[in-house]
Design a binder for this molecule. Sequence first.
Ligand SMILES: [Zn+2]
Length: 375
Amino acid sequence: MKEGEIVKCKTLNRQLRNPPGLLLALAFLIFPATAHAQLYDHTAKTDFDIITTADPSAFLCLEYYGLGRKEMPDLKRRNSLFKSDVFVFTAYYSDGTSIEVVVNPEFKNVDAARTEALRYTNRLGQLPTILRKGVSRMIVHGTGYSGFVGGDGAMILYSDYATKKIAHNHLEESLFHESIHAAFQKEQSGPGWAAAQEADGAFLTRYGKDKPASEDLAETALFAYSILHHPGRIPVADEEKIKATIPNRIEYVRNLLPPDQPIFFSVKEAYQCDGSAKVSLSNPSLPDDSGQLPTDNRTSSDPDSPVYQWFDSDIMSNVLLHIYDRDEDKVSSFLMSWKNIDYTGPELIKATATEFGLDKAALKTEIEKWRGSDF
Ligand SMILES: [Zn+2]
């Protein structure tokens, strides 16, 4: 997350595989309700079957390693980042990529956890290698949040939401979107993408327009991938409109996902699925057994750490903009003033109600509704 921007789809900075003691990056999906002049509101709301269930998958096997203690960020239950007794798997792919899969203990037994994990692993195998190799961890929860999260090498998935996506034949496309967050979040906020946006002068989706530095690439790349790699899967009339609207961004995606190269390529020798691989059942340098975040990750001095703060301020931003129709600049500057301090949800609600002249109880109700919004 860039310093100084209000990000409603949350992306905090953290390399899950990397040095211990840092916090997870989250990017979460909040979908404002209003529509504007873009061709589409949100890729999640389109029904183009861009990645079909019959598409080839590089998935080889899912191996179970036992119960472990892992980071399990959860947008609904934010008090404890680390969880014990989580089911730890690794999914292996024929291109040499692998993804650690940690499943919430709420699945109760390994068979249920494995069944759940297998809903995603073949679909993750359908992603181009360049995306899959950017996903090092997948965190699977049961219930609790209507949306997925992607960012900095990880995805956070919710089973009940996935069930809805499968019912709409759209889980593959959602995983593609999240994998862009996981693998290419930096591209998204980089100068190349910004230049392509400017050259195009228009946005494909309302969601991308609302969050040009955090969501536009994830939104656009799926459509561009379809046009570049699977022409015809989006109806011709839509394809033509998309090409005319975002030619520069399609070219940008062409460089990320070249259509003249195979989507799968070997990054190393594939695992033999013979039980020989060894993995860690815990994150490095875990905090103590209290399950609480290390205190130094919650101080105001670390701009990348306030998981707890952004959760509420992101929702607050959406509610102020889209429910109460407040001025975007005022909302941004107000929420920015909260960026580097520790606060609780109730403190933010109280201060926001005062600042914008809102009824506190009504504001709280809107926040809860937003939090449970279902797309
Ligand atoms: Zn997103």
